[in-house]
Ligand binder design. Structure first.
Ligand code: SF4
Ligand code: SF4
Length: 257
């Protein structure tokens, strides 16, 4: 089935977001006076997955190697511009104030960057007329056919993969060392703006991170998860949204002590 789309410039998608940014985009966002969050999750990684395990290979590309005690892990860090209400760059006439330099993810919306997530028009902010059949074709047979959008998605995935070493080092400079167990939640750090800029720049200058395997703690708000992780040698911490000190814990499940 074909999916047609053309932006109506309604501005609805520019509200209440955690906008994933590349390192370059994060620096630009910070230097314009915005703040960024570091969203962290840990994937236990006892062994390398098979080449044809596409989901695991996708996770591998966008993460860096770490250890948590005796447990090998991979850490996914998303740097996100977070805001409630309107984006600080949304103008009163609902146009984007940084249109020519807006983040890649803004250019890709409403398409999905993650190849394992199907675009669902019901979950998008765009009004019905944006999807009208007379609009340019965006997808055919579940594949993006709009050339510009497809190229932007590739660019975003490449930046995601290329930034992992810089993120590993920046987290070390910022004292970010605790990630939520993947699929259970996220740890969210909001370092002061100047510190984030300095850490990202320093990390980027350092360059090669071959052989760098930092030690991370794995957090959960479920005691049984912490006990399981501890039993396999992980450095695990029980934390709730209330007791985390340097970060916020966003759990996808109810707490269980
Ligand atoms: S940067 Fe521009 S396009 Fe992106 S959310 Fe903000 S106003 Fe919208
Ligand atoms: S919600 Fe959709 S139609 Fe409205 S500005 Fe965003 S991308 Fe365009």
């Amino acid at each position: 089935m074909d999916l047609n789309f053309e932006c109506t410039m309604c501005g609805k998608c520019c509200h209440d977001l955690k906008l994933p940014l590349s390192v370059s985009e994060a620096l630009l966002w910070l230097e314009r006076g915005g703040d960024v969050q570091f969203l962290c999750e840990a994937v236990p990684w006892p062994e390398e997955p098979a080449e044809d395990n596409l989901l695991a290979q996708h996770k591998r590309r966008r993460s860096f190697a770490a250890s948590s005690g005796a447990l090998p892990a991979r850490i996914v860090v998303v740097i996100a511009a977070a805001f409630e209400g309107a984006c600080p760059h949304l103008l009163p006439n609902l146009s984007c104030g940084v249109y020519e330099e807006r983040p890649t993810v803004c250019r890709i919306y409403p398409a999905e960057v993650n190849p394992f997530i199907e675009l669902n028009t019901q979950q998008k902010a765009c009004p019905p007329e944006a999807w009208a059949p007379d609009k340019p074709i965006l997808m055919r047979a579940h594949r993006i056919v709009d050339v510009q959008t497809a190229a932007l998605i590739d660019k975003s995935r490449m930046a995601d993969a290329g930034d992992t070493g810089t993120k590993a080092l920046a987290c070390a400079h910022l004292g970010i060392d605790t990630a939520a167990l993947a699929n259970e939640g996220l740890t969210i750090y909001l370092p002061p703006r100047a510190q984030s800029v300095a850490a990202l720049k320093l990390a980027r200058e350092t360059g090669d991170t071959t052989g760098y395997v930092p030690d991370w703690k794995v957090a959960s708000n479920r005691q049984e998860t912490v006990e399981t992780l501890t039993s396999i040698g992980a450095s695990s911490v029980f934390c709730t949204s209330l007791n985390a000190e340097s970060f916020q814990y966003l759990g996808f499940f109810a707490e269980s002590a």
